[in-house]
Design a binder for this molecule. Sequence first.
Ligand code: ADP
Ligand code: MG
Length: 370
Amino acid sequence: MEVVLQNLTKKFPGRDKKKHEDVIAVNDFNFTIPDGKLIGLLGPSGCGKSTTLNLISGLQKPTAGKIFFGDDDVTDLPPENRGIGLVFQNYALYPHLTVKQNILFPLQNLKGKDKLTKEEMLEKALAVAKLVQIDELMDRKPGELSGGQQQRVAIARALVKMPRVLLLDEPLSNLDARLRLQTREEIRRIQRETKITTIFVTHDQEEAMSISDLIVVMKDGVVHQIGKPQEVYDNPVNLFVAKFLGTPPINVFSGRVKDQELYIGEDAVLKVMGASDQEVYVGIRPEGFRLKEDGPLCCELRGVEVMGRDSSVISGNKASLNPAVRSIISADSRVNTAQKEVRFSLVPQKVFLFHKKTEKRIDFEAEEEQ
Ligand code: ADP
Ligand code: MG
């Protein structure tokens, strides 16, 4: 099912009684979510992710704009008539019901022509329990399950009516690290098998990057960028998106462009053809540094962390806006830790320039890597 968001906007009256300013939780969101894809809705806390999801589910009414499921205008439909499945962070299972009863619950409320026989209901519940691999646990109560198992039950309950759209709001946040990893792979598998259009809300960029077909990066109610995870990572439209994606995060420096040459401090670090003379923010991905004895960027060496395949060189630079410059190099390249300085050349594709005021990306052409 394709989901179309058209000028979708939600305002809340400001909580501060003196300033009557509205909070614009979702600001003119336009996007067509392709059929059968998993979309990661990503952004820091308070950026409007849950509100967007609540508008799509019908739990909240938009201030302006429209929502379509396929050709169906669902903007004024109540949640129960939209054909959605919802999963929240806190599972929200009925504690006094067994797993089976929890999964059966949405089916028991079907009326009229949708009404099912007991056998049909049981068959559907078992099929979906198998899909999320909890069919062995059908007679347990939620209190007798681990967090990961409870979240699987919640997913089974959301899927049992075969919704047109599956909406997940931070579904992994209550799980410990290992279960989080495992459950996110499960969600990906279930989504691939069922091909249900799915919107997955998270504040965790790694989570969104790892399972989404497309990510939507939001801040302060505004959509900043939509694209395939790798494309957004490789081509961030602004400094916010560049900083939000990637672990370790991108290194940001103040720099300037003069005569097609990029300077960080006194070091001329890269040819940047086509960029005009100006002060800029320079973003360099950790994997964008190459150790080079006569490399143009000079940093003060602080330490080396060996992490198996890679090493992380920690250094300092006066122009760095991060407390430390973090670069990732292959573990084979040795750094003499007795040295005070370390010198790098830069991988042009891993270097981004941003306008000092608007923080928008500035295009340039680089020479081949030396
Ligand atoms: P997220 O899920 O990304 O953390 P939310 O969608 O919950 O963000 O919230 C977006 C913004 O809208 C926040 O500033 C939040 O305080 C505000 N907000 C959310 N719900 C309400 C509400 N019911 N009343 C007033 N403000 C709200
Ligand atoms: Mg939220």
